[in-house]
Ligand binder design. Structure first.
Ligand code: ADP
Length: 314
């Protein structure tokens, strides 16, 4: 089985005058991938194309080896949790989830059996006979998750699943998602909440202006360039900065956070920093590669100014 679950190639989607996707290409691997992007970036349109709900004007999306334009074939193997509530008034949690199972192609008996199982899985077993209308946001989100899992999909697509949840509810929900992923289901998590991606996903894709702007493992995306170092020193660093500059290094100082960010000239390594410290009689407390936060990666990719300083890596 191939390692790629979703392969998008030069996808264009035009809604009247708006080009929602404009040459969107990516190859998403099995596992957990966060889809990040500002409002209007094209995230939802991408999800709709991969689910076969929107036909692209050009290009193609192959999901689990099947061209998404074949619609229902794909949806039988993909579970989708939409952002908006979509339950039918008056139906219990059990009836709601079973109905989704039937819509995904299960016969009635199997749909009800799986609905019991998935509601227990998301810890809603005790309230399964109650109407969804009276549920809190947290419980409704779990009903939607059960509905997306009822037909035992290979790929779970979540659109802003933690919207409206309090911190504890968010953490509980993300733990459920991690559990689903551990059991071998690939997960695509579309969100504007970067911490949700950091807490749940091994990979991330940054979407902007209808394109996939960055894609990789979260660790690789955050990794600073090989030439950047984060240095913490004891006491005054004036002489140290001068000695570094004399050796061709570039500097930025985060006086508030108490560290220097040193860009090494080509071919140089930590020895340059140690030599500058020795010359200026400066004690180095900590020297590490400078990683960026996922937020900085995101802001840089979509072309917005970063608000804070760089984050430490080790
Ligand atoms: P995101 O999910 O990243 O917020 P969307 O995919 O919803 O972005 O939207 C991308 C762009 O396409 C936006 O400019 C949005 O207004 C537009 N768009 C999305 N769906 C439609 C539609 N059905 N009709 C017209 N324009 C749309």
């Amino acid at each position: 089985m191939t390692d790629v679950v979703v392969e998008a190639t030069d996808v264009v989607v035009q809604f009247g005058p708006t080009r929602a996707l404009d040459g969107f290409s990516c190859a998403l691997k099995r596992g957990t991938t966060g889809v990040l992007g500002p409002n209007g970036a094209g995230k939802s349109t991408f999800l709709k194309v991969l689910l076969g709900l929107v036909a692209p004007n050009a290009g193609s999306v192959v999901t689990l080896g099947v061209d998404s334009r074949s619609g229902p074939v794909v949806r039988k193997r993909v579970g989708f949790m939409p952002e908006r509530d979509c339950h039918i008034p008056g139906l219990s949690a059990l009836e709601t989830v079973a109905l989704c199972g039937e819509l995904a192609g299960l016969d009635t008996a199997l749909a009800f059996r799986r609905a019991h199982e998935t509601l227990t899985y998301v810890a809603l077993g005790e309230v399964r006979y109650r109407p969804v209308d009276g549920f809190s946001t947290g419980l409704r989100q779990r009903v939607k998750l059960a509905a997306a899992l009822v037909h035992d999909p290979d790929l779970l697509v979540l659109d802003e699943p933690t919207n409206g949840l309090d911190p504890a509810g968010r953490e509980e929900f993300l733990e459920l998602v991690r559990r689903v992923a551990r059991e071998g289901v690939s997960v695509l998590l579309s969100t504007h909440l970067l911490p949700d991606v950091e807490a749940t996903c091994s990979d991330a894709i940054v979407v902007g202006r209808g394109r996939a702007l960055r894609h990789g493992t979260v660790a690789d995306l955050k990794r600073g360039s090989d030439a950047m170092r984060r240095v913490e020193v004891d006491g005054d660093y004036g002489g140290f900065v001068a000695a570094l500059k004399a050796r061709g290094a570039t500097l930025s100082v985060d006086a508030l956070a108490g560290f220097l960010l040193v860009g090494l000239p080509q071919g140089a390594d930590n020895a340059l920093i140690l030599a500058a410290a020795s010359e200026s009689r400066t004690g180095i407390r900590r020297l590490s590669r400078a990683d960026r936060s996922l937020e900085e990666v995101f802001l840089e990719a979509v072309g917005l100014p970063a608000s804070g300083g760089p984050h430490a890596g080790s």
